[in-house]
Ligand binder design. Structure first.
Ligand code: NAD
Length: 495
């Protein structure tokens, strides 16, 4: 018996997992996959089977392209005010059901309920923000330099979009794409991660109830993402790929998208430096480190992956951080007291263990944690490593777990060079009381987003995205997010 079958159905705060897993969502209908196969969804805090969802085939993917294609003319010609009202309703329904959604996220992803509640609020905000933006999409009008004619630029929906999302923020990574795509007038096919499909399906029910017409949003889960995405991207009707996930998979998808010259937005991996200068406010830096490292138990692309602390404040910072990390309550995400939930899979725990073992072997000292916990569940304890040597693997790889390695530095130039010594460039954090230095270092860091004296960088109102191998394009922000789903059309007049 799965956990879904054991869950009480009466409490509206609890998700009805069986109903949520009722099928693929294609053309406004819930249907089983053509193969009849299922994918198991596991509770990472126990390893127990939570539910099973439909496993889509290429044939199902083709049905979703048909549906998105049929719905496209109606949706792009729906008045922006009407589109805006539907998006607003999605926001309202998400807020009304936030406790249910947070519990569902926590069950399938493992994150602590407080993190899951934060994610639902963040995810819903993309609908409110884009409801407001949907009615403000404008074009451009100008006089050609010759003076002989006018130039009109019209922004039009780019077309059918394939959206692929990861497991670490199952609600927010989906709404950060769906809301602007719908605001722009596009129809979409969402392929969520197979570790966390339930949230995507629960949200699909909300879109349906909010009045999103059939075929405008289609949701498919599959155990064969490469085959399905290849089939979708070779259909000439599909004009956009928006992907959030690892840099390795992003690179593969860029190659697939190249075949039909499909427009790509890529939100990829990170290796964020977290820099604390001697003159920083120690408590603010520690508060910031706890958020930047421990939001989502470290399973975030923006997570502080390398903490660089200047010599004068190094000992106090390390001691303060170890005290806070060691005091965290580790447990099942749905337990109200939990502050750090399990990792997503046993493989994720193995990777963290390997990176920590490498650092220890090269001379790092463990202040707390440092070894994977015994099962059941996929737990790794909050860990602080000090005296970090050069040449460790975790300086170049995403740890994606609750491990804070603290490196010592002496000068500003040195730390900027070390922070930039990575192929990634997503987020970076800087703590200093010197405003001029804060701005100078922010400007020198090769990252798409800088948090200055704070531990949280994500905001639906700001453009989210990376440079170097952390990605292409931006999500959120006033015009950035919607612009990714629009094409400029220039009309030259004769007058
Ligand atoms: P992943 O790349 O393994 O998977 C992401 C998505 O791609 C999933 O839906 C997966 O099923 C699908 N996928 C996997 N292989 C595929 C293939 N060959 N073809 C097509 N689709 C495929 O990443 P993940 O483990 O789910 O997520 C963690 C990664 O995502 C980390 O690297 C993290 O930094 C990154 N991430 C980035 C952002 C950002 O905004 N930049 C946000 C969240 C996560």
């Amino acid at each position: 018996m799965t956990i879904a079958q054991q869950m009480p159905k009466a409490d509206s705060h609890l998700p009805d997992i069986e109903a949520t897993a009722r099928g693929l969502y294609i053309d406004g209908n819930w249907r089983q996959s053509k193969s009849g196969r299922k994918i198991g969804v596991t509770d990472p805090s126990t390893g127990a089977l939570l539910a099973a969802v439909a496993d889509a085939t290429v044939e199902d993917a083709q049905a979703s392209i048909e549906a998105a294609s049929r719905a496209a003319p109606g949706w792009r010609s729906t008045p922006p005010r009407k589109r805006s009202e539907i998006l607003r309703r999605c926001f309202e329904l998400m807020i009304e059901r936030s406790e249910m959604l947070a519990t569902l996220i926590s069950l399938e992803n493992g994150k602590a309920l407080r993190d899951a509640r934060g994610e639902v609020a963040y995810a819903a905000e993309f609908f409110r923000w884009n409801a407001e933006e949907a009615v403000r999409i404008t074009g451009e009008f100008g006089i050609a330099p010759s003076g002989g004619n006018r130039i009109i630029v019209d922004y039009q929906p780019i077309g059918i979009c394939l959206l692929i999302t990861p497991w670490n923020f199952p609600a927010a990574m989906a709404t950060r794409k769906i809301a602007p795509a719908l605001a722009a007038g596009c129809t979409v096919i969402l392929k969520p991660a197979s570790e966390t499909p339930l949230t995507a399906y629960a949200l699909a029910s909300i879109y349906e109830e909010a009045g999103v017409p059939p075929g405008v949003v289609n949701v498919l889960t599959t155990s064969e993402p490469a085959q399905l995405s290849a089939a979708i991207l070779t259909d000439p009707r599909v004009r956009k790929l928006s992907f959030t996930g690892s840099t390795g998979v992003g690179r593969l998808l860029l190659t697939e998208a190249a075949k039909q010259i499909v427009s790509c937005s890529m939100e990829l991996g990170g290796n964020a430096p977290f820099i604390v200068f001697d003159d920083a406010d120690l408590d603010a830096a520690l508060d910031g480190a706890m958020v930047a490292k421990m939001r989502n138990a470290g399973e975030a692309c923006t997570a502080a992956n390398r903490l660089y602390v200047q010599s004068g404040i190094y000992a106090a910072f390390a001691e303060g951080l170890a005290k806070r990390m060691a005091a965290l309550t580790v447990g099942s995400g749905v337990d109200a007291l939990t502050e750090c939930g399990p990792m997503i899979t046993p493989k994720a725990v193995e990777k963290i263990d390997r990176l920590v073992a490498d650092a220890k072997a090269k001379g790092a000292r463990v202040m707390c944690g440092g070894e994977a916990s015994a099962g059941p569940g996929y737990f790794y304890p909050p860990t602080v490593l000090v005296d970090m040597p050069e040449g460790v693997e975790m300086a170049h790889e995403e740890i994606f777990g609750p491990v804070a390695p603290i490196y010592r530095f002496e000068t500003e130039d040195e730390v900027v060079a070390r922070a930039n010594d990575t192929e990634y460039g997503l987020a970076a954090y800087v703590f200093t009381r010197d405003a001029a230095r804060g701005l100078r270092v922010s400007s020198a860091l090769e990252a798409g987003m800088i948090a200055l004296n704070r531990g949280l960088v994500s905001d639906p109102a700001a453009p989210f995205g990376g440079v170097k191998q952390s990605g292409l394009g931006r999500e959120g922000g006033q015009h950035h997010g919607i612009a990714e789903f629009m094409e400029a059309k220039y009309i030259a007049t004769s007058f």
